[in-house]
Design a protein around this ligand. Structure first.
Ligand code: SF4
Length: 315
């Protein structure tokens, strides 16, 4: 395994309309410090790179203690996946760096307060998250952002990219909303049509590219990304084990492909089927497969060649 993702708790200071964790914060109590440290030791046997995730790990009073423990255990990479708000406190951002955090991954979902705060369910969160990004940068921490692509923000991805580029982030990712948990409850108001967000996603890639910043998308199939296939995060997502509330997912990639994503009728004729993960399964279950088109064009063959794979469909 290249990485372990450890969900240390499910408490959170946001109420995101697209939260994949749903009601876990009500169903599972936060792990104690001792339990969390035990988990860090177990996880270290599998990898030397760790992502602290949740919930919102940074709201734990013992968060910096857990990071220090991770460093003591010899983790080489320690990433904080966060909504970014605690980092708005400069002392906390400094504490993260000093304790051993090597990279932060804050989430920005809007280009203006009204949009971001609407999506997070927390008034004022936009300002906190932006300040958090600035503080992390000021502490010299690489900032790898995540933006969940939803119906309310799908027309503003380029503006979000511009804002992030101005703040000098290291990398930005645009993750298509996963319609589970709270996102499933809010499906009609939250999940956009992929065809309608594609052009704006490409504009966001262009904004990042013009600033010399790497950008990528997640959970957007290669037929939607036609011409921008290299931007799919799935090419580089490390193999990971996930320590979740109900147990450990030993191979998250296998889990994602087996239970998370889906393939449909167009995929059966598609040259890119062996290298494309397809959409989250809830998407075609609701919208069908009409937006997805089998790739049999010359550029699909080039994508395959670059991936070093041979299509089972006779490429
Ligand atoms: S048709 Fe299916 S396999 Fe081919 S690119 Fe689209 S989602 Fe992926």
């Amino acid at each position: 395994m290249e990485r372990v993702d450890v969900k240390v708790s499910f408490s959170c200071n946001n109420r995101c309309r697209f939260c994949v964790q749903g009601d876990k914060r009500e169903r599972f109590k936060d792990r104690s410090t001792a339990e969390a440290k035990k988990l860090l030791r177990e996880a270290r046997r599998r990898a030397d790179a760790i992502v602290f995730t949740g919930g919102e790990p940074s709201v734990r009073p013992d968060f910096l203690e857990l990071v220090a423990e991770a460093r003591k255990l010899g983790y080489r990479l320690i990433q904080l996946q966060t909504n970014g708000q605690m980092l708005a406190y400069r002392a906390f951002a400094r504490g993260c760096r000093e304790a051993g955090v090597t990279e932060v991954s804050p989430a920005l979902h809007g280009h203006v307060p009204a949009l971001h705060d609407f999506l997070t369910g927390r008034p004022g969160s936009f300002g906190f998250t932006l300040r958090g990004i600035e503080n992390a940068r000021a502490e010299g921490l690489p900032v790898v952002t995540n933006t969940v692509v939803t119906k309310p923000n799908r027309r503003h991805l380029a503006a979000i990219a511009r804002l992030l580029a101005d703040r000098g982030v290291s990398q930005m990712q645009f993750a298509f909303v996963h319609p589970v948990g709270t996102a499933a409850l809010n499906f009609a108001s939250i999940v956009p049509r992929m065809e309608l967000m594609r052009d704006e996603l490409f504009r966001a890639f262009d904004v990042a590219g013009a600033a010399g910043i790497r950008s990528m998308s997640e959970a957007v199939p290669l037929c939607i990304l036609r011409g921008r296939e290299a931007y799919a995060a799935e090419w580089i997502i490390p193999d990971a084990a996930v320590f979740d509330a109900e147990g450990t997912i030993d191979d998250y990639r296998a889990f994602r492909l087996g239970e998370g994503k889906a393939k449909g009728p167009p995929c059966r004729r598609c040259l890119l089927d062996p290298v494309c993960e397809g959409p989250w399964r809830e998407y075609p279950e609701r919208f069908g497969w009409s937006e997805f088109h089998a790739r049999r064009d010359a550029s699909a063959r080039e994508v395959l060649a670059r991936a070093g794979r041979t299509s089972r469909r006779g490429a």
